[in-house]
Every structure is written in C-alpha cells, then in structure tokens.
Design a protein around this ligand. Structure first.
Ligand code: NI
Length: 254
C-alpha cells in the first residue's frame, strides 16, 4: 500500500472526476493521501475533502507564491483550520525565489517563520516548498530545531539532503526523479536513508515517466516508488511499505 503524501485534489483539473478518482485510489494501491493547501481557500478545500474521504488527510498553510496578502488575520485563520482532527501538518510553506512576481524574499521569509512558529505551538510537522531558495530555506528551518517535517519535491544537493536527515527531516520525492535528465537524483537517492523518504505526486503536476503530458494523480505514485527501489536495490513493495510507515509516523496517522 502506498501513501501519496502530497497531492492537490482541490485543483480545478480534478473538477470532472474528483470524487470517483479519490474513492477508487485504494483499489489502485494508494491507501492514504495527504492534501496540502496553498492559501486559505485551498486549505479549506483540503479539510473538506479530508472530512469526506476516510483515507484523505489535510495540511493547511500559505505557500510563498500566494503569501502577498499575509497578515495577522490570515495567521489566525490558518491556526483555526489547523485545529481540525484530520489536519496533520502546516503546509505547504517555504520560499520560492523562482517566480519573479513572487513577494520579496524578506517578506516570504517572515511568512515562513510565522508558520514555523505556529507549527511549533501546535506541535505539528511542516511541509516545506523550497524552489531555488535552498540556502535560505535551510537557514530558516535551523532557527526552529524543534520543528521538522518534509522538504517536499526535494531539489537540493546530496550534501544538503544529508544535513536535513541529520536534523531530523524527511525528504519527499516526486515524478522528476523518473525523468531522464534528473542528473542529481541518483546521488540524492543514495544519500538519503529509506527511513527518511516519502513518496509524493504533487498532482496534478509533475507526472512521472512514462506518463508525462497527462494530468498526474496518486495512481501514478508507484513510478516514484519503483525509481527509488531501483536506486536502492530493493523491491517496490519494500519501498511502499517503508515510505508508508514513514508518512504515518511523521504525520501521526494510525
Ligand atoms: Ni505542492
């Protein structure tokens, strides 16, 4: 059984078949899904999906690309949403220096810090989005040694991966590790112990090979598990078993 720890099922690309797709996932080998929000409406939508489907859990938070309107009231609303019993993390939060139209770096860092403080207060793990901001993301999370979680869709170096593992973090892997041009992936997969890996899809984005071009969904997460299995020289079933156990442990799911 696989646990897709990162999928955005509130996305409009699922409007035509969301309920059937989610209901059928256990038959496709995916027994658990964690749906993280990117702003308040999507965080609310994740909580609603988690209420309706027993195998779906939620994370709530404000993504760096969506944080321009951040204020005290928004923080209060994230805190209120996080009180729901099926909310298992604060996320996705972090830094995104890729898009030039994103809020200034210092503003993003401030929003990231406030949500890390919230996670510490609520004793929840966090889901970190780090795009072209590796050094600053690492520096900010190190300010909160009692908060850990997952660096989702990990794209940093093998060296940074080792450091995160030492600090108690998990690393999430997605479709890009299946791409032929994924040069860093073998080195990173070798550096991270299986006990600290999570499998993710980031649906509807980042569809793994050989399905690139299609909309992604959790049913394709087995391709990520197969790629890790190949790198580690074990079976995909072992990867499924261990990464599912990792996800349940990190997100406190029985
Ligand atoms: Ni995401």
């Amino acid at each position: 059984m696989l646990f897709d720890t990162h999928a955005h099922y509130y996305d409009g690309r699922f409007d035509s078949d969301r309920d059937e797709l989610l209901a059928a996932l256990p038959q496709r080998g995916v027994g658990l899904v964690l749906c993280p929000g990117c702003d308040l409406p999507s965080s609310r939508a994740c909580v609603e999906l988690a209420e309706r489907f027993p195998h779906v859990y939620a994370a709530v938070g404000v993504h760096p690309s969506d944080c321009a309107g951040w204020d005290e009231a928004m923080l209060a609303q994230v805190r209120a949403l996080a009180a729901h019993p099926k909310v298992k993390a604060i996320g996705e939060i972090g830094l995104d220096y890729y898009w030039k139209e994103n809020p200034p770096k210092e503003f993003q860092q401030n929003v990231f810090r406030q949500q890390l403080e919230l996670a510490r207060e609520l004793r929840l793990p966090v889901i970190v989005h780090d795009r072209e901001a590796h050094g600053d993301c690492l520096a900010v999370v190190k300010e909160y040694p009692d908060v850990t979680g997952v660096f989702h869709c990990y794209s940093g170096s093998a060296e940074m991966a080792r450091e995160l593992v030492e600090l108690g973090w998990y690393l999430g892997f997605d479709g890009p590790i299946t791409y032929k041009n994924a040069r860093k992936a073998p080195e990173v997969l070798a550096a991270v112990p299986l006990e600290r890996m999570l499998v993710e899809t980031d649906s509807p984005y980042l569809t793994p090979e050989p399905f690139r071009g299609r909309r992604n969904d959790s049913g394709y997460v087995y391709r990520v598990a197969e790629t890790i299995a190949q790198a580690k020289g074990i079976t995909p079933e072992e990867v499924a078993e261990i990464t599912t156990a990792n996800g349940k442990k990190l997100f406190c799911i029985d």
